[in-house]
Design a protein around this ligand. Structure first.
Ligand code: HEM
Length: 167
């Protein structure tokens, strides 16, 4: 795997980071466990993620085919709902493959290539990262402690760094 993924170094303790991604088993577990709580409502949480994104980063809406649909009408737009679910499944695939580095890398490369063709800039990913963290915090409350937040922060940084390389 590309060494650029390992932004966080390695160590030899029981919580040893994966030499390729820099993510520890514990961090992967915290991400998987918290995602399990969110994925029971992919449609609702997916739509909420996009509402947060369009509030925090209004310019992001311009990339989407529903750019001209007012926000209060999006909730009834079938394409918007389908897209929200698609993106949540796609984030779920990344989470499900944190232990399968070859698949993980393939997913991230493909995401970068497909979004690069749409002209999505790297900054949009950092905006989305912030919104994913906001969503998790608001949905999970006390089940999203600091160490889980830090695990997501690190995982998304590693994943989005690789995606951005392929835009
Ligand atoms: C976690 C990061 C992301 C994931 C997992 C993701 C996933 C997806 C998926 C699965 C699709 C549909 C098929 C395809 O792969 O082309 C898609 C389409 C799209 N994504 Fe993303 N995406 C991410 C980040 C972003 C960002 C940051 C933007 C821009 C703000 C964006 C904008 C779009 C647009 C404009 C489409 C096409 C929508 C359409 O034509 O209906 N995506 N994304």
């Amino acid at each position: 795997m590309n060494k650029v993924l390992n932004l966080f170094g390695t160590s030899s303790n029981s919580n040893e980071p994966d030499p390729e991604t820099g993510l520890t088993r514990k961090e992967k577990h915290l991400v998987e466990r918290s995602w399990n709580l969110v994925k029971n409502d992919l449609k609702g949480n997916g739509m909420e993620l996009f509402f947060i994104l369009f509030k925090e980063c209004p310019e992001a809406k311009n990339y989407f085919p529903f750019r001209d649909v007012p926000s209060d009408e999006l909730i009834n737009n079938n394409k918007f709902k389908a897209h929200a679910v698609t993106v949540m499944y796609s984030i779920g695939s990344i989470v499900d493959n944190l232990n399968e580095n070859d698949v993980l890398i393939g997913l991230l490369q493909k995401n970068g290539e497909s979004h690069g063709r749409r002209g999505i800039p790297g900054e949009a990913y950092w905006g989305l990262k912030k919104c994913i963290l906001i969503l998790l915090k608001s949905k999970l409350g006390s089940e999203f402690p600091k160490e889980t937040e830090e695990a997501w922060e690190k995982t998304l940084t590693v994943a989005f760094t690789l995606i951005i390389k392929h835009l």
